[in-house]
Each structure stands twice: as structure tokens, then as C-alpha cells.
Design a protein. Structure first.
Lengths: 106, 257
């Protein structure tokens, strides 16, 4: 298992990282900024599905990313050091949440 | 294999139909240029979208479960939104008027892009202007809406709202086949998904109703949306495939058993 796959792993058994994962490179050009705005831009440029809890990502900032690369690599660069992480839901769907998210609060 | 010969009456009907198809339109076009032809009706089913060109000045984008009736003359395009929602793009013209009727409201437009939604259960009409300006009548006072303004017209009157350009874009995302959310509650998001799908989402846990959702999803992928809710602590109440008989996908918080 390489480093990228490790990054995508979570304790949740329902997630999978398969070989047929969307691997086409996309052109992205996203500035650093608050996560709600930069994730919206990520969605616009990649046409992928992304879901997050608006309240939970408030106050988090993401890094700039530009170039031609895999969408999940772009997302990894954006979220590095932001306190946010992403989970792969399916080939074209990501969920973004705080790394310290407490699942039991509901 | 030899196909059976068509009966004489079918052949005769075919000739009559061909003759009508050729000569009736010629006759109609000669019959006074202002004569309104039979209105055309365009519809979409649940989850469908459709783009139609109406004459030389107007394009209509129909959203899910929408029905439009259109009467065209050389000087006017009269559109009636009978149900659902549509985005209209109207080019500038000195000699051609475009009117949209939705419930009690009439919208006059020239060089504008605007959406009109007829809400279910007599909950009024929404008009959202992306570009240019439109005039609303049928309200107590005529109202002019400009770009990035929204009006909700109901029996209680007209409620105007000024929006950011990005918010207008978000609300019109449906034209691309996607739904976009920027802090709407799960309850509102579920209601929006249910407009586009036979498989209905239903919230069965009060604790998750107010979760604020952000992101973007294909409007016809409720299962993908539900799968992406899991990291937020929301899961389906029942595992396995969607119940085909009810078509319901029931949502609960992680701690509800």
C-alpha cells in the first residue's frame, strides 16, 4: 500500500480505494483561502461530488494548488496542514471533514 | 419474409396526412402573420432537464417536472409556466416581446436571464434574475427586478431579496445537472433532492435535521449523497438496496438504533 492510499484510509470499513478509482488528471488552479470557498472552486474545476458539513469546516484554511494532476492529489495538497481530511466515498465522490471530528456528538 | 400488404384505407390515410403536412403549414403562414398558432407544450419528467429554443429571441431551460406552454407570433413570445421551474434567456429585440405567466404573475423581459419557479401547494412564485432586468405585474404594485435580485410572490405579497452573484450561480446550478449547497440544513437539502428523484430521502431523526450541508452533488444521485453523509454521522436506517415498493431512503444519526 503506497503513501497516497494510506492517506485515504480511515478506520471505517465502508471506504474503499480501488484500482478503477478516477485517475484522469485534471487542470486545477485554486488559490489559498477559506475552505468553503476553495472547496467550491475545487468542485467547479473538477466536476466531482464533494460533501462537507458547513459548520464543521468554518475557520479552516486550505493551501493553493495548481497544475495538471489527479483530483484526489489536488485535494490532498489543498488540505495539507488545514486540520481537514477527506474520505473517498466512491469513484467520483469525496467527503471532507475536520481531522479531529467527533463522530459521537450526535 | 414478406410483409403483409397495407390495407387501402391505411394507404389513403397516409396520402391525406402527407398532403396536410405539406399544405397546411403553407396555408397557416399565409393566414395573417399575427395569427397565434396552437400553443406548443414542452414538458420534463422527474429528474429530467430540457433546453428548448423558442423563436429567435428566447431559450428556455426546463428543470425537473416542468411544463411550459408557448404561443409564438412574429411580434411576441407568450410563455405560460404551468408547473415546475425554468430559466429563460431572452435576447434584446425592439420588435419582439417576451412574456412569462406563472400563476398570478406576469413577467416582461427584454435582454435578461431569469428563472421562474411555480412552487407546489400554492406556495407562490419565485423569480430570480441573473442578468438584465424584468418587470413583474399581477402583483399589487408593479415591481422591477434587477440582476442578482429574487422575488417571492405569494398571497401575502412580494418579498424581495438581494443576493451575491455566487449565490445566484449556486441557485441556478441545476442547469448543469448538479445541486450546490452552502450551509443549507439537511432538511432543506433532502427536500431539494426529492424534487429530482423517485427514490425519496426521509429524515427520521430530529437530531440531524439542522446539520448544515456544503458541497455539490449530481441531482439524480441521492445514494451517492447519502453515502457521503456517513462521515458526518448520518446513515441509512436500513441496510441493503432501496426498498423498491416505497422507494424511501430513511436517514438517521449514528447513535439511533
Amino acid at each position: 500500500m503506497n503513501r497516497r492510499q494510506l492517506l485515504c484510509c480511515t478506520p471505517l470499513g465502508f471506504l474503499r480505494v480501488s484500482d478503477n478509482q478516477e485517475s484522469a488528471n485534471v487542470r486545477v488552479e485554486i488559490n489559498a483561502g477559506n475552505a468553503a470557498a476553495t472547496l467550491t472552486e475545487f468542485i467547479r474545476q473538477t466536476r466531482l461530488q464533494v460533501l462537507f458539513e458547513a459548520d464543521a469546516i468554518r475557520g479552516h484554511n486550505t493551501r493553493a494548488v495548481s497544475g495538471r494532476l489527479e483530483a484526489r492529489e489536488a485535494l490532498r495538497v489543498m488540505l495539507e496542514g488545514s486540520g481537514l481530511m477527506f474520505e473517498i466515498v466512491n469513484d467520483r465522490t469525496y467527503a471532507v471533514r475536520p481531522a479531529s471530528f467527533a463522530r459521537t456528538r450526535l | 419474409m414478406r410483409s403483409p400488404a397495407r390495407p387501402a384505407w391505411i394507404r389513403a390515410s397516409f396520402h391525406v396526412a402527407t398532403t396536410l403536412a405539406v399544405f397546411v403549414p403553407l396555408g397557416l403562414s399565409a393566414w395573417g402573420s399575427e395569427q397565434l398558432s396552437e400553443p406548443l407544450v414542452y414538458t420534463t419528467g422527474i429528474g429530467e432537464a430540457r433546453r428548448v429554443v423558442l423563436g429567435q429571441h428566447t431559450v428556455a431551460n426546463l428543470n425537473t417536472r416542468t411544463s411550459l406552454s408557448v404561443g409564438l407570433t412574429p411580434s411576441a413570445c407568450d410563455i405560460e409556466l404551468q408547473s415546475g421551474e425554468a430559466l429563460f434567456e431572452v435576447r434584446r429585440s425592439d420588435a419582439h416581446e417576451v412574456h412569462v405567466i406563472a400563476g398570478q404573475v406576469r413577467i416582461d423581459a427584454d435582454a435578461a436571464a431569469f428563472s421562474v419557479r411555480l412552487r407546489d401547494q400554492d406556495d407562490g412564485v419565485d423569480v430570480l434574475v441573473r442578468k438584465g432586468d424584468v418587470k413583474l405585474t399581477g402583483t399589487r404594485e408593479p415591481v422591477t427586478l434587477t440582476a442578482n435580485q429574487k422575488a417571492h410572490v405569494s398571497s401575502h405579497g412580494v418579498k424581495l431579496e438581494r443576493l451575491d452573484e455566487s449565490e445566484v450561480q449556486r441557485r441556478l446550478q441545476w442547469t448543469t445537472g448538479y445541486l450546490s449547497f452552502a450551509g443549507q440544513t439537511l432538511e432543506e437539502v433532502v427536500e431539494e433532492f426529492n424534487r429530482y428523484n423517485m427514490r425519496k430521502l426521509i429524515i427520521e431523526d430530529r437530531a440531524i435535521r439542522r446539520l448544515q450541508i456544503g458541497g455539490s452533488f449530481q441531482s439524480t444521485d441521492p445514494e451517492g449523497f447519502v453515502a457521503a453523509l456517513l462521515p458526518m454521522g448520518v446513515r441509512r436506517a436500513d441496510a441493503g438496496p432501496v426498498d423498491a415498493s416505497t422507494g424511501l431512503i430513511r436517514l438517521v444519526g449514528m447513535q439511533v438504533r
